[in-house]
Design a protein around this ligand. Sequence first.
Ligand code: FE2
Ligand code: FE2
Length: 264
Amino acid sequence: MKRILHISDLHFGRLIPKVLSVLNQKITELSPERVIISGDLTQRAKTSEFIQAANFLDGLIPPYLITPGNHDLSTFRLHERFLYPWKKWQQFITADLEPTIATEAYKIIGINTARRVGYSADWSRGRINARQIKRIQDFFTTASPQKIRILVAHHPFWLPTGHQHRGLIGGAETAIQQFQQNGPDIILSGHVHLDYCHVHGGIIISHAGTTTSDRLLSGYPNSFNLLEVDPDKILVSRYHWSGNDFAYLTRQLFIKQTDGWYEQ
Ligand SMILES: [Fe+2]
Ligand SMILES: [Fe+2]
């Protein structure tokens, strides 16, 4: 099985150095072939935070794929937010806001769901638009059935009971409907700083919490998820910070059927 490590919401600027140090050790220990980072790399989109984040990325041994989150847009420097929102991201992190990777075993596409302005009063919620849905479907159309199709987006397409007030990504319902054709097998997200894994509309929705920051939700420590993928089987193992280490917490097994994915 191919191993992919999913981390999220690192929030450089609110980062816990010891947790980052142990994360680096765990990456060496678990030896994933790829690392996925689903946004909110910084806290305030400051240059100093982007430089620290870039240093972390430079030190990563496995190749990685990264997408931005709402915190990677400036909240207070409005000229920056509206006139050149992604200048620092593209200068320090990567020029490509919506990267893709294709291997023998899987195809991964990241999309940028953070927006300068939102339809709801809460601009942090993010959105997926028709162009992005089409781009995702076009990307997966060419994937053989043997390849696992992975979508990376910062904002959530499903939320568990007790957390629905956080709000789904704008366009979630349309996207899940459209994804019944040439959609992803699994969506990797972050934003809400809680980790969970659940099948919705035949698609596995897997969220990592905040992996390294002190912006913790009550009851949800720092966390990351380890994916192990086969063509018709995906294992998602969740790891929680225990005070000194990231400890294995639980594992969920998902099996592919003709009409979508099911949890065993
Ligand atoms: Fe976050
Ligand atoms: Fe976020």
